[in-house]
Design a binder for this molecule. Structure first.
Ligand code: HMG
Length: 390
C-alpha cells in the first residue's frame, strides 16, 4: 500500500504587480528584483479574498463529487488566520459541500505547517483505507509598503488530496525535522505585518537546510544522487538557488548536476510570477516542477525542504507515480497571464485595504476580481462567503 498526494490544485490572487513597476516606484534598480531575488511579479489579493476564498478555490479546482463524499478531514495550514478561534477549514468544508462527518482544523508554524499537515493526513489515511484528507496551504504574505520584505510578498493556496494508492506522488517515511527557537520572522497578535530580521532569516534558512540535510543523509542512507529534483521552500527563488548550491555534491556527474539544476529552474517558474505564499510556497514549487519539468519520469524521487521561521525545518522525499502527468493541468501559465496588471498606487490601496466596521460589526466591500469564492460582507462580525456564479 502506498500513501501520498493524489491530486494538487492551486489558486492565487487575480491581480498582478510587476516587479519592474515596483522597482521604479521604490527607486531600486530593476535587476535587484529580477536577478537579485529572481522575482518578476507578485500576486495581489483584494479585501474580498482571504485564506478561505483562496483555499476553497484551490480545492474546488481538483475535487469531484466522489472526492467530497470520501474526504473525512480538512486541514488548513496557514499563518494568515482570519480568526483566533474558528478554523478556516470549517468555512471551506461548507463552501465545498464536503460530507458532514468530517474533521476540520487549522495548523500553524509559519511556512512549515503544511508539511506537518501532510504527515497527519498520511497517518490518518494509513489507518482508514478509503479515507481522503484535504490538506490546504493558504496564505497572504504582507510585509508592508516600502519594507525590505515588500518585493517578496504574494498570495495563494495549494490544495492537496491525500489518499492511499495516490496517482501523483507517493510520500516516503524518511522525514527528518529540526526545531530552533530563533527570532528571524514573527507576527505578534497585535500586528498585521511581521517583524523580520531579514538577513538573519536567510542565514538560518541556509543553515537549517545544511544541518537537516546532513542528518537526513545520515539517517536515510540517501544522497543527492538518489534524487532527480530537490524542491525548496521559496520565500524568494534566489534563496532556494543558494540552498541548491549549498547542498550540491561536487562529486556528482555533470549530467546529474545539470538535471538537478534544470528541475530546480522548473520548480521556480510559478513563484517567480507569484512571490511568497508562505505555507504553500514549497508545494507551489513542487507543482511548478511537475507541470514544467521536461525530464521527470514515473519512479523518480524528489526531495523536499520545508522551512518555517521561528523555526522548524523538515526534509522528506517522495516518488513520482507512473502517468503522474494525467493528474496535472496544462494551462497554468495562461491562467497566471490572465491576472489583471495593476499600478503600484492601486496595489497600495488594494492589498492593504482594511474593513471599516460600523457600530454593529457590519462592512460591505466593492466588487473585485476573485476566484471561485469571495468574501461578500461582514455582518455582525461574521464573515459571509459566497460562490461566484457563471
Ligand atoms: P534586500 O534589502 O533586498 O537585500 O533584502 P540585498 O541588498 O542583499 O539584495 C538582495 C539580493 O539582490 C543580493 O543578492 C544583492 O546582491 C542583489 P545576493 O548577494 O544575496 O546573492 N542585488 C542585485 N542584483 C542585481 N542587480 C542589482 C542588485 N542590487 C542588489 N542592481 C531580504 C533581502 C531577504 C532581507 C528581504 O527581501 C526580506 O527581508 N525578506 C523577507 C524575509 C525572507 O524572505 N527571508 C527568507 C528566509 S526566512 C523564510 O523563508 C521564512 C518566511 O517564508 C516566513 C515564514 O516562515 O513564515 C519568510
Amino acid at each position: 500500500m502506498t500513501i501520498g498526494i493524489d491530486k494538487i490544485g492551486f489558486a492565487t490572487g487575480r491581480y498582478r504587480l510587476d516587479m519592474e513597476n515596483l522597482a521604479q516606484s521604490r527607486g531600486v534598480d530593476a535587476d535587484k528584483f529580477s536577478k537579485g531575488l529572481l522575482l518578476d511579479a507578485l500576486s495581489i489579493t483584494p479585501i474580498t479574498d482571504d485564506i478561505v476564498t483562496l483555499g476553497a478555490s484551490a480545492a474546488n479546482s481538483i475535487l469531484t463529487e466522489d472526492d467530497k463524499a470520501m474526504i473525512d478531514m480538512i486541514i488548513v495550514a496557514t499563518e494568515s488566520s482570519i480568526d483566533q478561534s474558528k478554523a478556516a477549514a470549517v468555512y471551506i468544508h461548507k463552501l465545498l459541500g464536503i460530507q458532514p462527518f468530517a474533521r476540520s482544523l487549522e495548523f500553524k508554524e509559519a511556512c512549515y505547517s503544511a508539511t506537518a499537515a501532510l504527515n497527519y493526513a498520511k497517518l490518518h489515511v494509513e489507518k482508514h483505507k478509503k479515507a481522503k484528507v484535504l490538506v490546504i496551504a493558504s496564505d497572504i504574505a504582507k510585509y508592508g509598503i516600502n519594507t525590505p520584505g515588500e518585493p517578496t510578498q504574494g498570495s495563494g493556496s495549494v490544495a492537496m488530496l491525500v489518499s492511499q494508492n495516490p496517482r501523483l506522488l507517493e510520500i516516503h517515511d524518511d522525514n527528518v525535522a529540526q526545531t530552533r527557537d530563533i527570532m528571524d520572522f514573527w507576527r505578534p497578535n497585535y500586528s498585521t505585518t511581521p517583524f523580520v530580521d531579514g538577513m538573519y532569516s536567510t542565514k538560518q534558512y541556509l543553515d537549517m537546510l545544511k544541518t537537516t540535510w546532513a542528518e537526513y543523509q545520515k539517517r536515510s542512507g540517501k544522497t543527492l544522487a538518489d534524487f532527480s529534483a530537490f524542491c525548496f521552500h521559496l520565500p524568494f527563488p534566489k534563496l532556494a538557488l543558494k540552498g541548491l548550491h549549498k547542498i550540491m555534491d561536487k562529486r556528482l556527474p555533470d549530467r546529474k548536476k545539470e538535471t538537478l539544476k534544470a528541475n530546480f529552474d522548473a520548480s521556480i517558474i510559478y513563484s517567480r510570477q507569484i512571490g511568497n505564499i508562505y505555507t504553500g510556497s514549497l508545494f507551489l514549487g513542487l507543482l511548478s516542477l511537475l507541470e514544467n519539468s521536461n525530464s521527470l519520469q514515473g519512479g523518480e524521487q524528489i526531495a523536499l525542504f520545508s522551512y518555517g521561521s521561528g523555526a522548524v525545518a523538515e526534509i522528506f522525499s517522495a516518488t513520482l507515480v507512473s502517468d503522474f502527468k494525467k493528474q496535472l493541468q496544462t494551462n497554468r501559465k495562461e491562467q497566471l497571464n490572465q491576472r489583471q496588471s495593476i499600478s503600484v498606487a492601486d496595489y497600495e490601496k488594494l492589498f492593504f485595504e482594511e474593513a471599516t466596521l460600523d457600530a454593529f460589526g457590519n462592512a460591505n466591500f466593492a466588487n473585485y476580481a476573485t476566484n471561485d469564492f469571495y468574501l461578500s460582507a461582514i455582518k455582525e462580525h461574521q464573515r459571509i462567503y459566497e460562490a461566484k456564479h457563471g
